[in-house]
Ligand binder design. Structure first.
Ligand code: GDD
Length: 410
């Protein structure tokens, strides 16, 4: 049997995701019309002999309850939310719940970060992992040398794929091969994490007797004893010991730390629907006969005027109303939004219950990596008629009656 664990973090994480994370836990923010965490969950469904999926985080359980019971029924896999009382780090969280995770005596444990966008080639990883015969296999991808420093950089043996060296977000360039935050482990991972905690305790005791503490970095010294990071505390020390291996994906992969990246990833998942769930893509006939171009998701309860032109990369959530003659390109329209006649939305995320007046424009240049490359409206923002909002971020409950450009409206 195999189990999967998805690390969802908690409210103190994901601050870069504001203002959207003010309303909803980041893992539930919709990408291509489905909660962010839905995409790794449905990928887990393809793992042979999957017994259970666990979500570990320090959000309140009730925030996930409704979604998890419905997805669990739909996929016919037990999915449980395990709440940490405080953050234990990416490996510490796993270790904290080891008894529950090992309940079904799984032979393998998948571990996935919630905030990555990928095709999650999990069955292929499992096969590769069995061939390598180590304790763990890491999904890796090659990125540009300029981008690599934001991730764990690693060196792998080109023939055996063994992990030879690992450096978490290093200041000087190590490698353009990076950690995708998707892993498979044998249950030996628990002894490895235990080993790190024990070693820390021993060092703490030793430092009371000697000046040993001076040798440890300030960052490690200040960590609680049960806080274990998978990257720094496990991957780095176990590299080069024939225990960890890599599996390189040639498919898409992105990290989702900002609202702008969620728009990019929404587009990647819409594209993937062409293969996995074509029924979720709007095609301009049937009940939603707006003018559709490219990949578009429209929630069944949304009302879209037949003369609206929509796409590519547009996701429209529940109860949104899209007026006559409006034009939507590369955007996420959240629940209960009203877009009035002849309005234009390009490279933007429009928050829950917001409204955009007639002939208004909410737009940006679409640079996903820039600070204001995507315009974001928080919850219940009102853009009045004929107002143009360009490359801006607007916090919840604001009314805009004048055009703004390159601004953060607090
Ligand atoms: N439950 C729980 N508890 N989850 C946590 C905790 C914790 O204490 N700390 C982090 N997480 C979750 C986050 O929500 C996220 O899904 C994942 O664990 C990793 O988060 P971080 O440890 O903050 O690392 P990161 O996202 O900056 O970088 C990691 O992922 C990159 C890939 O996206 C590293 O592993 C990088 O090397 C890697 O490239």
């Amino acid at each position: 049997k195999v189990v999967a664990v998805i690390m969802v973090g908690g409210p103190t994480k994901g601050t870069r995701f504001r203002p959207l994370s003010l309303n909803i836990p980041k893992p539930l923010f919709p990408l291509a019309g489905q909660p962010m965490v839905h995409h790794p969950i449905s990928a887990c469904k393809r793992i042979p002999n999957l017994a259970q999926i666990f979500l570990i985080g320090f959000y309140e359980e009730r925030e996930f309850a409704l979604y998890l019971s419905s997805i669990s029924n739909e996929l016919k896999v037990p999915i449980r939310y395990l709440k940490e009382q405080k953050p234990h780090g990416s490996a510490g969280g796993l270790f904290h719940f080891r008894d529950l995770i090992m309940e079904d005596s799984p032979s393998h444990i998948f571990l996935l970060n919630c905030d990555v966008c990928s095709s999650f080639p999990l069955p292929q990883m499992l096969d590769a992992h069995k061939r390598y015969g180590g304790m763990g296999t890491i999904l890796v991808i090659r990125v540009s040398a300029e981008a690599a420093h934001q991730f764990g950089e690693l060196v792998a043996d080109p023939t055996t794929n063994e992990l030879l060296h690992y450096a978490e977000k290093p200041e000087t360039f190590v490698s353009d091969l990076i950690n995708c935050g998707v892993y498979i482990f044998t249950p030996d991972i628990f002894s490895a994490i235990q080993g790190v905690s024990t070693q820390r305790k021993e060092r703490a005791n030793l430092s009371r007797l000697s000046s040993f503490e001076a040798l440890q970095s300030a960052a490690t010294r200040s960590l609680p004893k049960d806080y274990v990071r998978l990257d720094q505390d496990i991957l780095s020390p176990f590299a080069g010991k024939k225990q960890l291996y890599t599996y390189e994906t040639m498919d898409f992969w992105e990290q989702i730390k900002t609202p702008a990246m969620s728009l990019k990833c929404s587009g990647l998942y819409l594209l993937q629907y062409r293969v996995t769930s074509p029924d979720l893509l709007a095609n301009g006939d049937g009940t939603k006969n707006a003018i559709i171009t490219g990949d578009v998701y429209i929630h069944p309860s949304a009302k879209v005027h037949p003369t609206a032109k929509i796409g590519p990369n547009v996701s429209i959530s529940a109860n949104a109303r899209i007026g006559a003659g409006s034009r939507l390109i590369s955007c996420i329209i959240l629940d209960d939004v009203e877009i009035q006649d002849n309005a234009v939305v390009i490279h933007a995320i429009v928050g829950w219950k917001s409204s955009i007046g007639r002939w208004s424009r909410v737009q940006a240049d679409g640079d996903y990596y820039a600070k204001r490359g995507v315009t974001i409206l928080g919850e219940a923002v009102a853009v009045e008629d004929e107002v143009v909002v360009t490359n801006s971020i607007v916090l919840p409950n604001k009314t805009l009656n004048m055009s703004v450009q390159e601004e953060i409206i607090l």
